[in-house]
Write a protein of this length. Sequence first.
Length: 330
Amino acid sequence: MENIISVVILTYNQQDTIGRAIDSVLMQKCHVPYEIIIGEDASTDNTRAICQEYAAKHPDIIRLFCNERNKGITDNYFDCLLQCRGKYIADCAGDDFWIDSEKLEKEVCVMESHPNVTMVITNWQLYNEQTKQISPSRQCQHAPITPGRDMLKAIITQKNMSVFHLCTALYRTDIFRKAYEEDIQMFRNKDLCSEDMQIASAMAWYGDIAYLPDVTLNYSVGGKGVSNINDSEKQFSFVKKSTILNQYLATKYQIDIRDFLNERIFELGMHAFRSHQRKLYEETLACEKAWQVEKNKKYRLLMTVMRYEGLWRIALAVRRMVVSLKRQVR
């Protein structure tokens, strides 16, 4: 591996934002050279043409991989990671953008000064694509350097969603490849509903995590993503798949997350309740058994309500009434 940084940008149907993402990488001022790996996943809009224009203007920096068929995020991402030539890897999603021109410089200096550090993370802020408003930065509040294994539970459960954001990170290529070769399915299994948590967990397992308080990323919100969509059935699927990954990683790295699973099973049950689908109730029972959760009173009451169709209908009607009253008060 060369002593350079490989920046990976995935994109699919992002003609309005992909140029912004690429520009935010090209503006970087860093004493270490960098390459940009773009994985264009068979977009149906003008995204590919935009990427081709950038690649033609910067052939010494940009390596563009245009997929002839849509691979999906998982395969597109890891195929790109395996193409990286650099000693370090950074990510920038096609709809996000970096806002600090010295992001890579600051992070690589930490890496070069601390051989045991496998990943550097920073703060970020939310950027609303519709309103163009910026929310206060999400403060991670970590120590400058933390033994990675002390952070594993927080990384795996992501309970407050502010432990790390991979698009702020710089991490070691050799550690990624080592973890990948040891357990390819952990990365390639599409049912595990994530890509970044596996990488962060591996970095934490094999070394220290460094933290810089700088805000380096505008994280784009306001679109219709899987994790924020209001459809209860899709939310159920997302929570179930992400929790299967949580449990997989916890087992692999010997982390006790029983308290987290106890909370997650109720969250899953609530999505089943709101969907009013018997099959999701049955799936919740199966997860309850597989996750070996402790059934508290709140969860037992919820499952009792769903056991009886008439009671379920009444409870949903009451919930709709309460929600309507709250909206009127506002």
